[in-house]
Design a protein around this ligand. Structure first.
Ligand SMILES: NC(=O)c1ccc[n+]([C@@H]2O[C@H](COP(=O)([O-])OP(=O)(O)OC[C@H]3O[C@@H](n4cnc5c(N)ncnc54)[C@H](O)[C@@H]3O)[C@@H](O)[C@H]2O)c1
Length: 359
């Protein structure tokens, strides 16, 4: 009889964490989730993730929730010493650009300090266990905005053919504006690389574009597609900030992120970095997202336009996925943008209708 290996997932009640928990619970792991519902502290009641924690506890066999703040160094060391996980997937974070400016200590202590706590605990107690860290495309700061663009009817796109496949991992990460969030995530990203390079640990950073799916607690400051759909379903006004609503994001379903995490854990490199997003095929502008959502809900999107972009926001960003695909040729994106948006619409319909748990 095979014994289920322990997997530790931080941020387990969030979008990516919960998807990773569900994915691995079906694949022979005993999943241990760490979350303290800090998202509700960061964003208020709309950011509350307890519903998702309850969903995991009710549906995943053997799932165990640990109410722990990753800033608690002693607690993190103790938990990893106790569990000696076979792999660690670190998704807990203060995830918002704009929110970070109001809470710089909480942002840095969570994103940089929390990541260091985990890395060091893993180095001490289970250094051979793969460590996957959710980083962000905001580590590139606003430098992608310097790429020559062309303006189309509903979106911006790269005019420079060097970026026809999107932004590669070799893109510079410094000497640009990141927001404090981007800066704390750079610190974490470089630490994760360093534990791979200096200590030889099997670590990787996944620099996410727009990660999305039906289990996001979307709020105005984080979770662009989830929040946009929520506004449509509830007939609320969405505020478009700058760039004529033609700013482009590449969207990847959380399931495809979890599948890539699995690929890495099965065959890990050391100190690796991958850009992960929907790529060009799953990219859309805000105006284009409105049109797709309207198709599924039958409701016109209400919105106002403010001609001031977010500080450090990308005008056009999509990930070059060629490095991931070259290293892990069996991994591919399985969910189209349309599939993903339809799932988010269905989920919000259920949540708004008062169903206790989305699918
Ligand atoms: N969603 C995106 O579009 C996106 C894009 C790029 C990168 N990322 C990164 O991916 C990761 C996951 O993002 P997400 O969208 O799932 O975020 P999320 O906010 O949905 O989930 C994060 C979870 O971490 C928990 N958490 C936060 N601080 C904590 C702490 N101190 N201790 C314990 N738990 C804590 C929160 O309560 C939340 O449940 C983050 O690192 C984020 O920066 C996300």
């Amino acid at each position: 009889m095979s014994i289920a290996r322990p997997l530790l997932v931080t941020g387990s009640s969030g979008l990516i964490g919960s998807e990773v928990c569900a994915y691995f619970a079906d694949r022979g792991y005993t999943v241990h989730g760490v979350d303290n519902n800090q998202r509700a502290v960061f964003f208020g009641p709309d950011g509350d993730t307890r519903w998702n924690q309850k969903r995991l506890e009710a549906t995943l066999r053997g799932f165990r929730h640990h109410e722990l703040d990753i800033r608690d160094r002693v607690g993190v060391l103790q938990l990893i010493d106790d569990l000696r996980p076979a792999a660690i997937v670190h998704t807990a974070a203060q995830p918002s650009h704009d929110r970070a400016a109001a809470i710089p200590f909480d942002d840095f202590d969570t994103n940089a300090g929390g990541t260091l706590n985990l890395l060091e605990a893993v180095r001490r107690f289970c250094p051979e266990s793969p460590f996957v860290h959710m980083s962000t495309n905001k580590v590139y700061g606003d430098a992608p905005n310097a790429i020559l663009l062309n303006e189309q009817d509903t979106r911006w796109d790269y005019a420079d053919s060097a970026f026809e496949h999107g932004i590669p991992e070799t893109f510079p990460i410094d000497q640009s504006t990141h927001s404090l969030f981007g800066a704390s995530k750079v610190a974490a990203d470089v630490l994760v690389q360093e534990y791979g390079r200096y200590f030889g640990m099997p670590t990787c950073c996944l620099r996410g574009g727009c990660l999305t799916g039906p289990h996001h607690s979307g709020v105005p400051l984080h979770g662009f597609l989830s929040y946009l759909v929520k506004c449509n379903v509830e007939e609320r006004e969405y505020t478009v900030l700058g760039y004529k609503g033609k700013q482009v994001r590449d969207n990847i379903h959380s399931y495809d992120v979890a599948a890539f995490v699995h690929s890495f854990i099965d065959s890990p490199g050391r100190g690796e970095v991958y850009n992960i997003g929907g790529g060009k095929d799953n990219s859309c502008s805000i105006l284009e997202a409105f049109a797709i959502v309207e198709r599924y809900t039958g409701k016109a999107q209400r919105y106002t336009y403010v001609d001031t972009p977010r500080v450090g926001d990308h005008i056009c960003y999509y990930s070059d996925l060629r490095r991931m695909k070259a290293h892990y040729p069996r991994w591919t994106i399985t969910k189209t943008l349309q599939d993903t948006i339809r799932e988010i619409v269905d989920s919000w319909h259920r949540r708004v209708a008062g169903a206790s748990q989305p699918a």
